[in-house]
Write a protein that binds this ligand. Structure first.
Ligand code: AMP
Ligand code: MG
Length: 346
């Protein structure tokens, strides 16, 4: 979810020289470990500024509650899950546990936020990017042998317990999409009809830019700028996961932050996955799972996760997508990449 989405819609409009409507209010900040960009259009600037100020406070709150390695709400929950027995949870975390448990099951365990021990072993639960070497096979095998699953976490009212001491929750593959959804919900309550929230490449939009749809760019996973752009419709999200966000090179090999729960190693064969879906939270979980599913299995996993529009870029630079995505993608690189269109029957 830490990929960069480039907001093209506004630039296009300015080139065409619009004079009367006020320009969109834009603001960017650093939150949830990354850059967050807001664009709001069609309301007075003071109101847009107030909405953004509130969103920044909300993000700080969510970040403190959900941070996977800084001390805080999730840290306390993880310590208590490891001890066994019931304890009172922070209510804020309960809907995330519920939804990620369902998504994890739908993904066939490829999306597994209970695997925090593995992410930590690789050094990805850290403010400083890991440098390598990769962990030993023995350490990886030891962590995987604990078989932590979201279904090990039981919710009893506002109490939680884990039946497996190896569960360590890390919502890094989901939390930013979840945050983008919450911000847009709040914007709607404030009467905002046209907006973009981009939490580290997890983009959720509502409405449009003047009389045309917002156009969002998808970062080129192996180059500068954008590989393609998509016209966004009304209220939906576009989320990209990639192997270029957090990684280290060790002895000429790239080790990135999306780990295959079956092997304990970074997923292989796909450099980025983009998903369009009504909510950013589901798109975020799905983009991570589909990186791991790879070019052979992504359709089946997408179907089970209820995700309809998907684009993968493989490590040869080929683009794999279904026709609902192909109908919306415009390539922004020349020459355009080789494209494989695949649709699951039914
Ligand atoms: P994203 O950028 O959304 O794909 O999320 C990547 C982050 O999710 C990593 O930095 C880890 O914290 C976490 N993560 C890595 N592999 C998995 C996985 N298989 N399931 C769930 N979360 C994962
Ligand atoms: Mg994700």
């Amino acid at each position: 979810m830490r990929s960069l989405a480039i907001l093209l819609g506004a630039c296009v409009a300015f080139v065409s020289g619009c004079s009367s409507p006020p320009p969109p209010f834009k603001h960017s900040t650093f939150a949830m470990g990354s850059t967050v960009e807001f664009t709001i259009e069609g309301i007075p600037e003071a109101d847009a500024r107030a909405a953004v100020d509130e969103a920044i406070e909300d993000l700080a709150y969510l970040d403190a509650a959900l941070h996977a390695w800084h001390p805080g709400t999730l840290g306390r929950i993880n310590s208590l899950l490891a001890l066994g027995g019931k304890f009172t949870s922070s209510p804020l975390v309960l809907p995330l546990i519920e939804q990620t448990t369902q998504l994890s099951e739908q993904s066939g365990g490829l999306f597994n936020p209970a695997l925090g021990e593995l992410f930590a072993l690789w050094g990805f639960e850290s403010d400083d990017p890991p440098m390598g070497p990769p962990p030993s096979d023995a350490d990886i095998a030891r962590v995987l042998a604990g078989k932590p699953q979201m279904s090990d976490v039981r919710i009893h009212g506002i109490e939680l317990e884990s039946v497996n001491p190896h569960v360590k929750l890390d919502f890094g593959a989901y939390g930013q999409g979840y945050a983008a959804d919450r911000i847009i919900e709040r914007f709607k309550q404030r009467g905002i009809k046209n907006a973009i929230v981009n939490v580290s490449g997890d983009v959720r939009i509502i409405g449009q830019h003047e009389d045309r749809p917002w156009r969002i760019g998808i970062r080129n996973p192996r180059g500068e700028g954008v590989i393609a752009s998509v016209l966004m419709r009304g209220d939906e999200s576009l989320v990209t996961s990639g192997d270029y966000e957090r990684y280290f090179l060790y002895q000429g090999k790239r080790y990135h932050h999306i780990l295959d729960p079956r092997t304990g190693y970074p997923s292989r064969g796909v450099t980025s996955v983009t998903v369009i879906h009504p909510t950013a939270a589901v798109a975020d979980a799905a983009a991570t799972a589909l990186m791991i599913a790879g070019v052979n299995d992504w359709q089946e996993v997408a179907r089970r996760m209820g995700v309809k529009s998907v684009m993968l870029v493989d490590d040869q630079g080929r683009v794999h997508m279904n026709s609902s995505m192909a109908a919306r993608v415009k390539f922004e690189i020349d020459p355009a990449p080789q494209v494989v269109i695949v649709d699951t029957p039914g």
